[in-house]
Design a protein around this ligand. Structure first.
Ligand code: 5RP
Length: 227
């Protein structure tokens, strides 16, 4: 196992230790969240999991975790999820796995949110990782031009690129498309978040601001907690 994978596993296991029987737990998406789901399943607690993607739902169900859709349960007690970047004040970029919309819906419905990651995800300024932006299919090329304008308003001079895999546009679980904006540095994440949300056709973006309560970051010397 690589060092990064071992750090993700350690962070996932540390987060699983926070869960108690009786909880409704939001289950994140990605390789780090998958370590959490495995560690959680191994504890055999009486919990209900609310997955943030079809892939996570399938993993959790295969490991014997009881699953519910968002809205089918009472409020979510704790959500644990990965991130592509963790910046100052636990500001995050998410959506590398194209699950940002369901993830944000589950995070916002949660009493507490814990982000888990390997050490390489911690950055002094957000933006090196391309920012994912989820858009509806209809007129997406035009929406991309409006996104360019919104980025420029925030002094980010890049053109977002449609995410393609195996020659086909990537579809989210909601059937939408993802554009990635290689911003470089995001000096004012809140202003950029507001500008992107104001574009018609943008469903949501991967900036998660003021949502994480705690970060558990795996590193060479063990897991560090940030609050
Ligand atoms: C999916 C996400 C993931 O949490 C993020 O991409 C991190 O993934 P990984 O744990 O595999 O590095 O936001 O939409």
């Amino acid at each position: 196992m690589s060092d990064a994978e071992a750090q993700k596993k350690a962070a996932g296991e540390a987060a699983a230790a926070l869960v108690e029987s009786g909880m409704v737990v939001g289950l994140g998406t990605g390789s780090t969240a998958a370590w959490f789901v495995r560690a959680l399943a191994a504890r055999k607690l009486d919990i209900v999991g609310v997955p943030t993607s079809q892939a996570t739902g399938e993993l959790a169900a295969s490991l014997g975790i009881r699953i519910a859709e968002l809205g089918e349960t009472s409020q979510i007690d704790l959500t644990v999820d990965g991130a592509d970047e963790i910046g100052p004040g636990l500001s995050l970029i998410k959506g590398g796995g194209a699950a940002l919309l369901r993830e944000k819906l589950v995070w916002e419905a949660s009493k507490r949110c814990v982000v888990i990651a390997d050490a390489a995800k911690q950055v002094p300024t957000l933006g090196k990782y391309p920012l994912p932006i989820e858009v509806v299919t209809f007129g997406h090329q035009t929406t991309a031009l409006r996104i360019c304008d919104a980025l420029a308003e925030c002094d980010v001079g890049v053109a977002p690129r449609l995410r393609v895999r195996d020659g086909q546009p990537v579809r989210t679980d909601e059937g939408n498309l993802i554009y990635d904006a290689a911003c470089g540095r995001i000096e004012e994440p809140a202003a950029l978040a507001a500008a992107l949300k104001s574009v018609t056709g943008v469903v949501d973006h991967g900036l998660f601001l003021d949502l994480a309560d705690r970060a558990l970051i795996g590193g060479p010397g063990g897991v560090t907690t940030l609050e």
